[in-house]
Design a protein around this ligand. Structure first.
Ligand code: 5GP
Length: 186
């Protein structure tokens, strides 16, 4: 599809700091847009409707699937997550970069549909550090932390299937590295 190259897919296990890195990237380069996903999980902490996610009920999400409003979707740790089609297609057709922060199945799905997109995997500096960050966040239950840690181990195995791999040892440095990767390709 035309203009796929403006699509940037970022994945990394929960707690790896990918949202913080992408926020920093966009602070430094406000021309870069982000895709807001739909989810059936409940809002966490200070999250807001239409800013962090579109929060849908299960029946609403299934309606979006039927209406083909999602370019990809998956079930992650018991909840649906999906990328709305309209937002991304409108932006990339105008030559605006859009970053999708999504999990590994969604990333593979996007890469199949948009072969010229750039997929970037953000790795934590270590598994110990990842566990500390997940616990420190204080927003997940112990059960959810365990689920996310075991899923993280599986996800990290897929890092080599991404176009690029970066380590989030420092948010600023990592954001700069991602910007350099994006712009080097185009
Ligand atoms: P969280 O519940 O921590 O916000 O997100 C859980 C996981 O779902 C994260 O890895 C996040 O990147 C991923 N995710 C968020 N939105 C989407 C989406 O639209 N599609 C897919 N496939 N994954 C998503």
């Amino acid at each position: 599809m035309k203009n796929d190259k403006y699509l940037i897919v970022v994945s990394g296990p929960a707690g790896t700091g990918k949202d913080t890195v992408v926020s920093r990237l966009r602070q430094k380069h406000p021309e870069i847009g982000i895709s807001i996903s739909a989810t059936t999980r409940a809002p966490r902490g200070t999250e807001q409707e239409g800013v962090d996610y579109f929060y849908l009920s299960n029946p609403q999400f299934e309606e979006w699937i039927r209406d083909d409003k999602l370019v990809e979707y998956t079930n992650y740790c018991g909840n649906y997550y999906g990328t709305p089609r309209a937002q991304i297609e409108e932006r990339i057709s105008k030559g605006i970069y859009v970053v999708l922060v999504i999990e590994v199945e969604g990333a593979a799905n996007i890469k199949r549909q948009y072969p010229d997109s750039t997929t970037i995997f953000i790795c934590p500096p270590s598994m110990e550090e990842l566990e500390n960050r997940l616990r420190g966040r204080g927003t997940d239950t112990p059960e959810s932390i365990q689920k996310r840690l075991s899923r993280a181990k599986e996800e990290i195995k897929l890092a080599p299937t991404y176009d690029e791999q970066v380590v989030n040892d420092d948010v600023d440095r990592c954001a700069d590295e991602i910007y350099a990767l994006i712009t080097a390709k185009n």
